[in-house]
Design a protein around this ligand. Sequence first.
Ligand code: GAP
Length: 536
Amino acid sequence: MEMEQLVALCKRRGFLFQSSEIYGGLNGFWDYGPLGVELKRNIREAWWRDMVTGHNELDVPAGAPSAYEMTGLDSTIIMHPQVWKCSGHYDLFHDYLVDCRESKRRYRYDQVQGRWVSCKEQRIFVATEAGGQEGLEDTQQKALKYFNLRAKHVDELAWDGPLVSLTTIKDFSQVLGPDAKTLGTITEPREFNLMFETHTGAIRDESSKTFLRPETAQGIFVNFKNVLDSTRVKIPFGIAQIGKSFRNEITPRNFTFRSREFEQMEIEFFCHPSTSPQWYKYWRDRRYRWYLDLGLAGDRLRLRDHEKAELSHYSCGTADIEYAFPFLPPGEFGELEGVAHRGDFDLRSHTEGKLVRSGDSLVVELDAEGKPKYRGSGKDLTYFDDQTRERFIPHVIEPSAGADRAALAFLCEAYNEDEAPDENGKPAKRVFLKFHPRLAPVKAAVFPLVKKDGMPEVAKEIYSALKPHMNVFYDEKGAVGRRYRRQDEVGTPFCITVDGQTLQDGTVTVRDRDTLKQWRVKKEDCLGEIIERLRA
Ligand code: GAP
């Protein structure tokens, strides 16, 4: 599947639109259309149901060290600025960027690649933003242009090594920027904090500066004590939250994959330090299985443990759940979700102040005068176990998923093409979205074969019987074959058609989106039939 086909379908059928499109769009922001909003709601609801409300705290799930409780939260997007100072986001949540003095474009330092080429007694590094085969072709085109060569003289270019990251280049004087015509226009890398700033209240100065949250997680940590004090939860337990997060990404790209406004589905799971390695393993496997159960294929989905060098300074273990998105070069995967063992870093930070690593331990970072650089709340965020009489700072396991990336992966995975008879009975290409029934925006469509002979009346009766239970679509316009195809294209699992036989024996046809099989059921059994098949 080419990504362009999916992007076009998403626009044409109302899954995704570029934000503010009538004004030319705003880079990194996306709106969910009438079908997209249903898809994303179904993803959120599946996550909340499977992780929170449907979780049975009386059972010990397979692979879990014990039973556990789950609860939810909905915290604010703007929080006290000290939250971000103690969490480390204020100082550390940055990417490196480079500017091009010639094109005036800005790039994320680690996303620029290039390769060395020699020609006409000169050796230059040709940079590109593209990867894989596209990157090779792009650098070749740029090198031909730079050396003033025609395509037929491509052999005069002597390439030296594969595409490598710009981060490996020491001297930028021989770098030809991705959009430049001359050498040496790329500036030295510098830090760029990804948090969006705003001001709260009428006065706009340093003291009123606040931030749009770049993750929902911190809202959970700062409410840890409130949840403990207001409920009867006992460790081990998790607090789940779904909500918008904002990051001023330098180069938003790949459709919704890297956006500036997106939605996260995060769990902070609090447990005793002695069992935290087992809980980490449990969550890593549990979350991986969730995507598999909802239809992401085995070979395009993988669980990747981070190398030690990749771990953040506080993390004792992190694994990413990754999907082979079609916009990535073959063999490359993009992150859907990170599952991290965060130790006691977060609760300690919000008690003591921003922490830094010193040898094997975490200590409060001090300023030039030896005082804490950013003071914590001073609130006691320990947990007292009244059975063992032990007081401790819980360890945290964090499964952190992106709802938009999940929606994109489910869309990519669902996209299918096959050949099926069209409305004239001739074989023709068919596009269908093979969504898991739980995720399908519309569960069933109801059609009268023709708009006469009482068929619309029967179809409307069936539609009204289904409507209170699920999202159903009624359509009586155009050839029935075309109506089927319209539903296939948005992933509706079942179509119910009222036809001539219905008027004689009271049965209707039910058609399966994936197999195209049709069978007859009594019209009054439609609701039961669809509910049962959606559950299967
Ligand atoms: N609290 C941990 C945390 O936020 P993260 O890996 O930065 O970790 C978690 O983000 C998830 O949020 C990612 O796996 C991804 O699904 C989603 N995400 C992060 N940045 C995103 C962006 N710019 N656009 C869309 N989704 C994003």
